[in-house]
Design a binder for this molecule. Sequence first.
Ligand SMILES: [Fe+2]
Length: 206
Amino acid sequence: MNHNLTVLQLLLAALRAAHWSHWTSHWQVKGNSFYGDHELMDRLYNSLIEEIDTLAEKIVCDFGYEAVHPAPQAQTMAQLLIPVEKNSGGDPLQRALFVEESLQVFFKAAYNYHKKKDYLSLGMDDFLMSMANAHEENLYLMRQRMNVPRKKMAFNKYNPTELVAQLMKVLNNSGLVTTTDYLKRHRVPQVVNEAWMNRHMVEDFH
Ligand SMILES: [Fe+2]
């Protein structure tokens, strides 16, 4: 079994499940904020189409057309959606928030796994990073809508990747966009992450 493929298939199913869920929420929202919520869900599910398409094409390119057969994908989607449904108590907005929070976990896990296995082309690296970034915006929209208090995150000095991510956030929130752009352009977060992921190589020298 090729685990690189399994991770990508799982990520594809997660994106398709998110699309399915947000599209359903688009129909199910109701009440005073109906129109705004209906439009918000429209924005969320539509943003996923291009990501799903790109990932599926990358999978077919590397592993052949059998890798994206519909029935196994639908089965995985159902396995992912059933606990989501339980967790959100059937509320379409709660479900959307939970889906976006879960997607961040999937992006991080897929990125870290492929990095470790040395199966991360520059294109895939960029693709996963951009998706995570775009979905952070979705998360922001959902948290604002649901009035979820921002999680207070302490700096984790033992994990440089998280530390750099926090630093980028602080710079961004303080309006220092030129600085964050400069750091991004020079791939500073990626370089730090790579060094952190490959730290065992340095340790091996000792
Ligand atoms: Fe519609």
